[in-house]
Design a protein around this ligand. Structure first.
Ligand SMILES: Nc1ncnc2c1ncn2[C@@H]1O[C@H](COP(=O)(O)OP(=O)(O)OP(=O)(O)O)[C@@H](O)[C@H]1O
Ligand SMILES: [Mg+2]
Length: 339
């Protein structure tokens, strides 16, 4: 197994903001590696440092054994980059834009033309090739940007939140394309704050939060690490407040229940972690019924990557996103107030 990308003790601050505090991970050749984290976690900062667009304060990055910091030109040849915000020249056609990209990478004209027509076909862009990119939908722009990132045939393709703003169909086209790329030997690094996307695509992933990695592994390793299945249950509607407490005590005493938490937002619902070898639902139902606490609804599920994030940080990805959005709103309000 060879290593395509090494990130070692990466640090990057913007003024007083420590965007990346200390990040290390390795990506194996030919795998899809996911970087999952909420808004502001440091994903784009990490990606920009990898792609030579931002100078790290400290740390090492190597692509195929070439140092990105000491030898950025050689590193860039091995890297393809698809940015979070796509900025295309709106007056050029897709074909012209790709030809320009080919010239930037000094790809001989004839070779570039062949590769362009191949990529246009692979990405379903042929009929749009001679239209100005200003007329493209968001999904088409993203596909063209992907073609531009791939034109010089990089060993490692790095995509920053490629599916933001894409409809479900375009997202599936993208996932399918990335899987084909992997099958053809390209290493793929992809950031996302959609856990379903990383879960579906990545061979391995790193979860990052506030500039640090909180977990690395395959999706199933990480999910297995946080323990057994989740059971969510609701006792009867409009139940007296102490009934949830009663149910919690009773459930905690069952041997296969590892944890029981009352969902404070709903009052009459509980979240349990149960050991995986049991068949818990029948036993839960029977013990609650015997105590005259009938169940309104109940569901069992495998842990998700959000449970991994929750176990490490004490909050869900959704809560973290809301908190980030809240602090952005607050900053904007403060700026407005200072005007
Ligand atoms: N150019 C910059 N100047 C100042 N602060 C920055 C700059 N770029 C990023 N930051 C800050 O660094 C932190 C990490 O930002 P980054 O863009 O890397 O996060 P992210 O994980 O990509 O988030 P998102 O999911 O919103 O894209 C944030 O607090 C952000 O506000
Ligand atoms: Mg980002």
């Amino acid at each position: 197994m060879t290593i395509a990308l090494v990130i070692e003790k990466l640090q990057k601050s913007y003024g007083t903001v420590k965007a990346v505090k200390n990040i290390s991970f390795q990506v194996q050749t030919g795998e899809i590696f996911g970087i999952l984290g909420p808004n502001g976690a440091g994903k784009t900062t990490t990606i920009r440092c990898i792609c030579t667009l931002s100078q790290p304060d400290a740390g090492q990055i190597e692509v195929g054994g070439v140092s990105v910091i000491d030898n950025p030109r050689a590193a860039r040849r091995r890297l393809g980059y698809v940015a979070q915000e796509v900025a295309l020249d709106k007056m050029l056609t897709g074909q012209e834009l790709l030809e320009l990209q080919g010239a930037i990478y000094h790809i001989p004209n004839k070779v570039a033309k062949e590769r362009i027509s191949e990529l246009l076909q692979l990405l379903g862009l042929e009929e749009y090739a001679n239209k100005k990119t200003g007329t493209y939908s968001g999904g088409l722009r993203k596909r063209l940007d992907l073609a531009a990132g791939l034109l010089h045939q990089p060993d490692v393709l790095v995509l920053d939140e490629p599916s933001v703003g894409l409809d479900i169909e375009s997202r599936f086209i993208l996932w399918d394309f990335l899987r084909k790329l992997k099958a053809a030997g390209t290493t793929v690094v992809i950031t996302s704050h959609y856990l379903e996307e990383i879960d579906a695509l990545a061979d391995r992933l790193a979860i990052i939060d506030q500039g640090e990695i909180i977990a690395t592994g395959t999706p199933s390793e990480l999910k297995n690490r946080v323990g057994g299945d989740r059971v969510t249950l609701r006792i009867r509607e409009f139940s007296p407040p102490d009934e949830a407490e009663k149910a919690k005590h009773l459930l905690e005493s069952l041997p296969f229940v590892e944890e029981a938490i009352i969902n404070s937002a709903q009052g009459n619902s509980l979240n349990l972690v149960v050991t995986s070898q049991s068949n818990p639902l029948t036993q839960i139902e029977q013990s609650l019924a015997a105590a005259d606490l009938p169940i309104f609804s109940m569901a069992q599920s495998r842990p998700s990557l959000d449970d991994v994030y929750l176990a490490a940080t004490g909050r869900t990805l959704m809560d973290a996103e809301l908190a980030a959005a809240g602090s952005r709103d607050l900053k904007a309000e403060q700026k407005q107030a200072m005007k």
